[in-house]
Structure formats: C-alpha cells, structure tokens
Design a protein around this ligand. Sequence first.
Ligand code: ADP
Ligand code: MG
Length: 346
Amino acid sequence: MSLDISNIAKSFGRFPALQDVSLFAEDGEFLALLGPSGSGKTTLLRVIAGLETADQGSVRFRDENLLAKPVRERGIGFVFQHYALFRHMSAAQNIAFGMRSKPRAVRASEAAIKAKVEELLALVQLEGLGGRYPSQLSGGQRQRVALARALAIEPKILLLDEPFGALDAKVRRELRRWLRDLHERTGLTTIFVTHDQEEALELADRVALLKDGALEQVGTPEELYHEPASAFVFDFLGDSVQLPCTVEGGIAIIAGAGVPIVGARPEGNGAAVAHLRPDGFSVASGEGAGLAARVRNVLLAGPDARLDCVLDSGEALEVRVDHAEAGKLSPKDRVTLTPKAVRVWS
Ligand code: ADP
Ligand code: MG
C-alpha cells in the first residue's frame, strides 16, 4: 500500500470538517475525491500536503509518517483551482521556480533546470510556449503550466484540487482525457478532487465520496454507480427521481403498481422513498396502474428524448425515453408512468 490515510479528524472551532476519514491509494493509483461543496475535500488535501494540521489520525506514504515531515520534504506536488501562476513570470520561469528556489547546495545547474523545463513543457504539450506570460495563455494552458510546475519538484504524490473548476465544460472534457493520459505516462499516485461526478467517474481508478466530512463510499466507478451504498450516493452520482412508496413483501408499491426493488432490500414493510434514474420508467398511453400524468412537452434534441410531464398530483417529472417512443407522443397526451425497478434504502 502506497498512501495510507487513517482515522483523520479535523475541526475548525467546533465544526467537524473531517470525521474519522480512512483511505488508501495504491502506488500509481488515480483516486478521485468527490463530494458536494463543503464536504471536506480541500481540507483533506491540505492535511496530506501539510498546509493544515490534523487533530487526530495518521498519513503514511510507503511506511513513512508523512505528518511528521516538513511540507517541503513530503514529495507532494499540488495544483489548486485558484493557485494562480506568478503573473510577472513567463511559463518557463513559473515551472522553474521550485527548482531555482532550492538551497544552492542542492540546486541543479542552470543548464539542467532549462533542460528540465523544456522536458516538462513537452510533457504538458506546451512546446514553444515557455516564453509566454500567463495573460497570453488560455485557461486550459495555464492549468497545464501549473501542473508542469507541480511536477518540476519530481513529486511522488500529486494532489489536484478542482484543477479544471474554473474552465468551461468543453475544455474540461478535453483536459480530463489529457490528464488521464498524463497520469498513465508519469505513474504518480494522484488524488484528484472534484464536485463533478461525471469527471470523477470518467477519470478515476477508484472514487471516494465524502459527505459532511465523512466517507460515504469508496470503490471503483462501476461499484459506486451500480452498487450505491446509500441514497446519498445514488442521488449524487446521477439524475435521480424520488417517489413515495410502500414496501410490501420485498417489492415497492408505487401508485398501485408493484415495482421490483434492486440492490439491497430494505428491512421491514411500510412507507419509504423509492429512487430511480429518469430513464427507468415505462410509458404507456392512457390510464393504468402507475403514475397518471399529462405530457407538457416532448424534447427531442439530444441522445435521449425527454418527456416533460406533470403528474396528476401537480408535480413536474421529466423522464427519458427512446426517440421512437417519444415520437408517438404529443403535448397534452395522457400517459401512465411506471417505474421498471427502484432502489429503496431503509
Ligand atoms: P470542500 O473542499 O469539500 O468544498 P472544505 O474542505 O473547503 O470543503 O471545507 C469543509 C468545511 O470546513 C466547510 O464547511 C468550510 O466552511 C470549513 N472550513 C474549511 N476551512 C476552514 C477554516 N480555515 N476555518 C473555518 N472553517 C473552515
Ligand atoms: Mg474545496
């Protein structure tokens, strides 16, 4: 085991920002730390990096106690969302900064630093742009310079705190693939913080989901998506519809329709909340067992067609269906929506 985080707790005043967090990363693993804003992601990275002191717990790397080491000796590179580059320095000077600020005795020669900068510029695909100032680079290019600067100290661990958070969606998606590729080439143990579930599921070997300073579930993207341990995990990882139901003998009764429950079964019978994705409904014309609704709008732009419906109870519900199915329906049609399967947590 490479990075071993055990029982970390950290409070700010009386507010518990991290509660008993234990997490490991294998050598070379790409771990995503996912969670809503305020769940403690940045605090955990800052504890690992040494910018914050934990109240309790340990962080070990290859059996060395990291928390006992000064920040500079931890071998950690980090990139933060708002960790701006030095504006008065060129990209190359930014990247060289860490190497040039070392004490003279351990500092590399100027020729070696220049060669290293060129190598890093090539690694982050910014060859020839070393002379540019941050204001002359795009947002995505600036974050790649920040990454090169973090890699310049030859870290063993890379901590990335929402590095693409300030960039627009298309650039983010491009950089995601690029980052995964860079990770394959450098093989560094990486913790990538994001509040974007799609980014985490696409990038990471494993995802750790934080809620209110505690880990809710840790697993591969597939495990979290297909075997969510709690309603919170399910709802956080994708669009989710919640419906009142009654559990009876292992099935959920929703508006008179009996619906199978997948995943862990709730204990006992009675009123509960059923969770499903918007594409988990069958849609029939007219009345039947299930949720009676009126079609308000049929939205055909996109890979899935969407039906914007209003339930007879007055609530709006948007479901996703095949284009073929949506093509048969028009606004004002009466339909019955029946969940095909649901998840229920007790
Ligand atoms: P995230 O990165 O997941 O959005 P943070 O780790 O930044 O969350 O913050 C977790 C919680 O701790 C938040 O409620 C935040 O307000 C609080 N917090 C973080 N840093 C401090 C601080 N220096 N002083 C007081 N409260 C803080
Ligand atoms: Mg944060």
